[in-house]
Design a binder for this molecule. Sequence first.
Ligand code: SF4
Ligand code: SF4
Length: 128
Amino acid sequence: MAVMITSECILCDACALECPVAAILDENSEKNPKDAMYYVKPESCVECVGHSDTPRCAEACPTEGAIVWDMPYTVAFEEYFISGNEEGKYGIRVHNKKGMMLPSVKEQPYISTVSQADRESHANLGNW
Ligand code: SF4
Ligand code: SF4
């Protein structure tokens, strides 16, 4: 991951239009495991590394607390994402040949200057 969208989301669509890697799904997407809120695919989000200095989705979002930090999508957090997937928090893509696209299959870039405390507490990106 990455970043995560919370129940504060008001379904305005501003974030999805800004994402450079199409990692954000709307509430009607079949691949979205969440009800009534947008969803960030952790296996796709690159935290805008290589695209922008700060996450574009958070810059576009009008709602305090709707987009928050989550763990880096790296092997170190493999179990975290497996557990989250089993709980229905994530809906990690299953590739025909590669299987579930976990960090051990493909890690994603992340912003190294974000503290682990902010990630663990799912701090609001707007305060970063
Ligand atoms: S941080 Fe960037 S890559 Fe990740 S969901 Fe937001 S806009 Fe997309
Ligand atoms: S910009 Fe914010 S409020 Fe709008 S859909 Fe995205 S997360 Fe939800």
